[in-house]
Design a protein around this ligand. Structure first.
Ligand SMILES: [Fe+2]
Ligand SMILES: [Fe+2]
Length: 404
């Protein structure tokens, strides 16, 4: 039997802890749970044995949840940190953006809590496996988190943050400004009028979208085509742009949740970033792996798994989790070729990026370095989405035809 996961719940209100205990009784065969009433007690217990996950309240007398998670991050970086907090704690939550992997708001139902904890755990198991550690130790270059993206994130956290300021940050970088404007004015976004400034782009498309574009543009600009032979940076950019756009369109057709739509877009844009990481660290080897995948007509990720022990999805996800991108984005990138590997099968950025990637391969007339992967039918069946696939393809096809 699989090892039980150790989960620690921290909340200063005994009633809430009691409620959680009752609600999670059904998990006692899979989880070993502890419940404590303060950050101090939590840290004390953690010195006795390690925990896989800490779920903490934010507003507590003495040590706040933000301070506790900061402590946990420094002392036990492997532990998953989840905030479970009241809606009114916006300021407190902002204080923990750097240290928490996931946020849940009270009241939270059992299903949501269980699926969030399970997803976070299985994601980390992949990130921290021995193959990944071995591989990363052999790499000499991992791209760094673009500073512009960091500046935007900081701006969004300040109480006076405004769309105008975010536009202003992008405007300072002329190259980035030009690239963003070129993107938003492309047929993909189908905007009714010409967008003349990044500030205008933000107000028309929303902060999430522009932030994602800025990140994608900067990530790609860190790679250098001269080191890549069998992989065209240009072709990968076009593929990524299309998958990002399709993911957004598909998600919008299913849900109004702007956060999730933004996650789908960014995950679509960056889903193949692992290929660039392989390429820049192991140029010759990866080049011949791409050739092998084409010759034998086997998916590139199978060749990667044989040689490196991990796929481009997992390596890309590893990087994005280091950068602190949201778990749903990291999860979508990690498993974009095999979503069934995660326990929770629902409409998610992962489901959408998996589909969008396959649809892009089918619809694209351009040459691509990837041999198409099959659709993970089992996943869509279980998620109750199997009958949506043809509609999704229609949406993508229409968006190419109408330039919207
Ligand atoms: Fe891929
Ligand atoms: Fe792809």
């Amino acid at each position: 039997m699989a090892k039980k996961r150790k989960i620690l719940f921290v909340d200063d209100e005994p009633n809430i802890l009691q409620g959680l205990k009752r609600m999670l009784r059904s998990m006692r065969h899979e989880w070993e749970m502890d419940f404590v009433e303060s950050g101090k007690n939590a840290l004390e217990l953690m010195t006795q044995h390690p925990f896989d996950v800490v779920v903490s309240d934010m507003r507590m007398p003495g040590m706040s949840g933000a301070d506790l998670l900061e402590n946990v991050m420094n002392k036990y970086p492997q532990t998953v940190r989840i905030v479970l907090s009241g809606h009114s704690d916006r300021d407190m939550i902002l204080r923990s953006v750097r240290t928490a992997h996931q946020y849940l708001s009270k009241p939270c139902d059992a299903e949501m809590l269980i699926s969030t904890v399970s997803r976070a755990c299985s994601l980390r198991e992949i990130m921290l496996n021995d193959e990944m550690k071995r591989l990363v130790s052999k790499m000499d270059s991992l791209p760094s988190l673009p500073t512009l993206y960091m500046e935007i994130m900081n701006e969004l956290q300040s109480p006076e943050s405004s769309m105008k300021n975010v536009g202003g940050i992008i405007e300072k970088d002329i190259g980035m400004s030009a690239k963003i404007l070129q993107l938003v004015n492309s047929a993909f976004f189908g905007l009714p009028r010409h967008v003349a400034s990044p500030g205008q782009a933000v107000s028309l498309l929303g902060m999430e979208v522009v932030k994602s574009l800025a990140l994608a543009v900067q990530v790609f600009s860190q790679f250098d085509q001269s080191r890549l032979k069998n992989l065209s940076l240009d072709a990968l950019w076009h593929h990524s742009e299309a998958v990002g756009h399709f993911s957004k369109k598909i998600y919008e057709s299913e849900s109004k949740d702007t956060n999730y739509i933004g996650y789908a877009l960014i995950a679509g844009f960056l889903h193949d970033i692992g290929k660039l990481i392989f390429m820049s660290n192991f140029p010759e080897k990866y080049d011949s792996m791409i050739a092998e995948s084409r010759e034998k007509e086997i998916p590139l990720s199978s060749v990667e798994l044989d040689s490196f022990g991990v796929t481009h999805g997992e390596v890309g996800a590893y990087l994005l989790s280091l950068w602190g991108l949201p778990d749903l984005v990291v999860e979508a990138i990690a498993h974009h070729h095999s979503p069934s590997r995660i326990p929770v099968k629902v409409l998610s950025p992962l489901a959408v990026v998996h589909a969008a990637n396959i649809i892009e391969h089918e619809l694209s007339t351009k040459e691509n370095c990837d041999i198409a992967h099959p659709v993970d039918i089992a996943y869509f069946d279980e998620a109750g989405l199997a009958d949506r696939l043809s509609a999704w393809k229609e949406i993508c096809l229409k968006s190419i035809q109408t330039g919207d």
